[in-house]
Design a protein around this ligand. Structure first.
Ligand SMILES: *[C@@H]1O[C@H](CO)[C@@H](O)[C@H](O)[C@H]1NC(C)=O
Ligand SMILES: *[C@@H]1O[C@H](CO)[C@@H](O)[C@H](O)[C@H]1NC(C)=O
Length: 206
């Protein structure tokens, strides 16, 4: 009677499977590393939740529509003042801001870019950046013109502000934390007197 092939296979298998002590060692080391990684992840997560409210933020603190002009040919001119506030709510460390770039647009038509050189904000304080941006003559499409007419009639116009900045701050002796913060909001104005309608425009997380 020929030997049962299944049985033979199992025998071979168990023979090859005798675990070498080095394999055990590697498995133990891997497990220790995996546990350490999980603990570090949990600690970072808890740390993030605890420090979260103190993360530096960038927001629009005020604005004014200085000029808004459009003619029948659809040529559009505007000038807007925007005060951007960089805030460091952290009481123990200064924060650095860099790579700040925001795009101001109207109906997807870029008007201007707001940039800044890198700067620092002391502990628990803010820095205000004043921008006066203007567009030279921008031609509008018929659809954008219709929207503009509508804005005048409703005495309400919105400009989109979108962009990001990089902030960095020291976390005690643990080193520094670096991250991008993103800003995306609509600045609303009354075109008739240029006043800004305050709304939430900040990089603060929800
Ligand atoms: C931060 O400043 C606010 C007022 O601007 C003050 O009430 C608060 O005590 C300060 N916190 C620290 C940690 O300095
Ligand atoms: C501008 O006009 C709006 C709407 O007519 C009004 O609510 C607002 O108070 C005015 N602002 C100023 C500074 O006159």
């Amino acid at each position: 009677m020929p030997p049962n092939p299944m049985f033979k296979k199992r025998l071979n298998h168990s023979h090859h499977n005798r675990t070498h002590p080095l394999v055990w060692l590697a498995a133990i080391i891997c497990t220790v590393f995996a546990i350490a990684a999980i603990i570090a992840g949990i600690a970072a997560f808890i740390g993030y939740i605890v420090i979260h409210p103190r993360i530096p933020t960038v927001s629009v603190s005020s604005a004014h529509l200085n000029l808004l002009r459009n003619n029948l040919a659809g040529i559009f001119q505007t000038q807007v003042s925007i005060v951007v506030r960089a805030q460091n709510g952290n009481g123990r460390a200064h924060a650095s801001f860099s790579d700040m770039l925001f795009k101001l647009s109207y109906q997807e038509q870029a008007i201007a870019f707001l940039r800044s050189d890198p700067f620092k904000v002391e502990k628990n304080s803010s820095r205000y950046l004043n921008y006066v941006v203007e567009s030279s003559s921008i031609p509008l499409t018929p659809q954008q013109m219709a929207e503009m007419t509508n804005s005048w009639q409703r005495n309400l116009i919105g400009f989109d502000l979108k962009g990001s900045a990089r902030t960095q701050w020291r976390l005690g002796r643990l080193g520094s934390v670096k991250f991008w913060c993103h800003l995306e909001c609509t600045l609303k104005f009354h075109p008739l007197n240029g006043s800004y309608i305050p709304s939430r425009c900040t990089t603060e997380s929800k």
